[in-house]
Design a protein around this ligand. Structure first.
Ligand SMILES: O=C(O)CC1=CCC(=O)O1
Length: 96
């Protein structure tokens, strides 16, 4: 199942910079590992904001929930999930 997920990051202003750097580094490793497995298909920065738009390819809602809730930045993000399905006019073979 494909999902578009928009994540908007809002770190507390009083978070020590070293702690913020540590969380971001752990987040990066986790996100890159999931991209290598193919579960996190796309990761795009939303220009002009501390937010991303991502495409996940997972088994079901429960798997998406597990992945997203384990993101190190999860406590500091507003997350919006949109379920996707194949468009009948798409010419791509990998849109299912
Ligand atoms: O910077 C972000 O948009 C939050 C994030 C998600 C995966 C990652 O590496 O950073």
């Amino acid at each position: 199942m494909l999902f578009q997920v928009q994540m908007t990051v809002k770190l507390p202003p009083d978070m020590p910079p070293e702690r913020a750097a540590e969380i971001k580094s752990t987040e990066k490793a986790y996100a890159q590992e999931l991209q290598r497995t193919g579960k996190w298909r796309h990761l795009w920065r939303v220009a002009g904001s501390y937010a991303n738009v991502s495409i996940f390819d997972v088994k079901d809602n429960a798997e998406l929930q597990e992945i997203v809730s384990n993101l190190p930045l999860f406590p500091y993000m507003a997350i919006h999930v949109t379920p996707l399905c194949r468009h009948p006019s798409s010419v791509r073979d990998d849109d299912s």
